[in-house]
Write a protein that binds this ligand. Structure first.
Ligand code: AMP
Length: 146
C-alpha cells in the first residue's frame, strides 16, 4: 500500500466501528501518518417532513454535534490515540466526509463497509457514496453485521 500521510477515519459510533478503528490504527502506525476522526451529525432539519413547524430556536443539531465531540475526545483518550485530531460536521455523511478529506488534504479515507444502515446494499450507503465522490483513496473495512 502507498505511504499515506493523513488518514481520515469516518466514525459512526456503531458497535461494529471498533473493528474499523483497530485496523485504521494499525495502518496509522505502519505509515507514521497523522489521523483525523470525523463524525457527521445527520442534518435533522432536512429529514423533518411533519406539518407542525419546528421551533425556530431548535438547536438539536448543535447539541448533537457537541455530544459527538465529547464522544470523539473519549475515543482518543480511551484508545490512547497518538497524533490524532477530531472534527464534527453537520450535514449528509458522504458529502461531509469527502469535503473534509479535501479541506484537510487527507490522502486516505478509512470507513466501515457497513454501519447503522445494515447490509441492504452491497456496500453501505455512506461507504458507497464516499467511494464515488472522493478524490483520494478509500479503504472500506469489511464489517460483518447481522
Ligand atoms: P453506512 O454506509 O452508513 O452503513 O456506514 C458505513 C461507514 O460509513 C461506517 O462504518 C462509518 O465508517 C461511516 N459512517 C456512516 N455514517 C457516518 C457518520 N454519520 N459520520 C461519520 N462516518 C459515518
Amino acid at each position: 500500500m502507498a505511504n499515506y500521510q493523513h488518514i481520515l477515519v469516518a466514525v459512526d459510533f456503531s458497535k461494529e466501528f471498533e473493528a474499523v478503528l483497530a485496523k485504521a490504527v494499525e495502518q496509522q502506525k505502519l505509515m507514521s501518518a497523522r489521523m483525523t476522526l470525523v463524525h457527521v451529525v445527520e442534518y435533522t432539519g432536512a429529514m423533518y417532513t411533519g406539518e407542525i413547524p419546528l421551533p425556530e430556536d431548535l438547536d438539536l443539531d448543535q447539541r448533537l454535534a457537541k455530544q459527538a465531540e465529547t464522544k470523539l475526545q473519549a475515543m482518543i483518550h480511551d484508545h490512547n490515540l497518538k497524533n490524532t485530531s477530531l472534527l464534527v460536521e453537520i450535514g449528509t455523511p458522504k458529502r461531509e466526509i469527502v469535503r473534509v478529506a479535501e479541506e484537510q488534504s487527507a490522502d486516505l479515507i478509512i470507513l466501515g463497509s457497513h454501519g447503522r444502515h445494515g447490509l441492504q446494499l452491497l456496500l453501505g450507503s455512506t461507504a458507497n457514496g464516499v467511494l464515488h465522490l472522493a478524490k483520494c483513496d478509500v479503504l472500506a473495512i469489511r464489517v460483518e453485521s447481522e
